[in-house]
Design a protein around this ligand. Sequence first.
Ligand SMILES: Nc1ncnc2c1ncn2[C@@H]1O[C@H](COP(=O)(O)OP(=O)(O)OP(=O)(O)O)[C@@H](O)[C@H]1O
Ligand SMILES: [Mg+2]
Length: 382
Amino acid sequence: MIREALLGGRGEVIKNPKVFMDPLAFFKDIPFREDILREVAISIRYFVKNNVKFSTLFLGLTGTGKTLVAKYILNEIEEIKPEDPSYAELTQAYVNCREVGGTPQAVLSALTEKLTGKPVPKHGINLGEYVEAIKEGLGKKKAIVYLDEVDTLVKRRGGDIVLYQLLRTDADISTIMISNDINVRDYMEPRIVSSLGPTIIFKPYDAEQLMKILEMYSDIGLYKGTYDSEVLAYIAAISAKEHGDARKAVNLLFRAAQLASGTGRITKAHVDRAIIEYEQEKLLEAVKALPFHYKLALMAVIEAEDLMSAHKVYSDLCVKYGQKPLSYRRFSDIVSELDMFGIVKVKLINRGRAGGIRKYVEVPDREKVKKVLEENMLLGVE
Ligand SMILES: Nc1ncnc2c1ncn2[C@@H]1O[C@H](COP(=O)(O)OP(=O)(O)OP(=O)(O)O)[C@@H](O)[C@H]1O
Ligand SMILES: [Mg+2]
């Protein structure tokens, strides 16, 4: 029964899944970001050849190509090193601030390791010492630092000081910072904002641009005749509505192609199913990110019939997890917020004179939400 899937014979849709995971290994250009690439390339040239340091902030909503562009630049620089000796000595370091943990300590130690090529202690040394170690490690060499998802760093105490030290150090470091939080500058002190350098805005892609992007992926990733422009246009239109998110577009196409595997053709129905899965995944991500008492409240409304008894379950859970329970009123506010997020649905039901009006809570993806919560609760109390 699985032979067909293993062999990938009849009705196979996906020719090359890698392009969906590692597009830079396949694409020579990044469409619709040419102006940005040229502008940054010129700054880099001035830096490398004329000793003009720069720093810049890539700002744009999620899925607008910021990380892709940064990694593309990094790769291109590595590739021209053999061709142009002025680039040969340039060191590059890419750090995703969120992935390394987001604290000033975590970001600086990751950065120091990448720039100096030596292991450094993760604790017990102060921030200034990292910067000193970077200076010493680089010597006369120049470096370009890419700080992705820098908002996670800046929102931590002392995070903006890290930037200040990097931007103001007398070492030859140029910096590209990246954020999808449009308000990231509000978290920084004015003196830091002023040394930030120009901001480069990544505009959302429109439906037409997303269509072209999807064509690039299907051209390499899918077999001819398994898709048509109608299906691509459908995905593009939906993703354009969600602030021109290319990640969503590419993921939907890939998922729809997987669902169509064996049938030989991606249809609108496959896309619709991919969309439902995508929405569900986003919902579960949202559940994971909830504050602890919200998780307890959600757990309680899953277990209980109505809001009153949910508060009782919630209070018991609080005891179990060593937390002080919030009042019924506050609990009820939290449940209303969960309703606003679309995680639960609060319903008022009139039980007649004796029962009065009672609030019931429905959890649409009950089983999945419960599973995520249980896995998440085990990880510990915040
Ligand atoms: N111009 C483009 N051409 C081809 N693919 C693109 C383009 N822009 C984005 N993509 C696709 O969208 C995905 C998401 O892009 P990217 O990771 O750069 O988003 P981002 O702006 O960094 O978002 P976030 O703020 O969430 O980190 C990429 O992995 C790539 O598949
Ligand atoms: Mg990114």
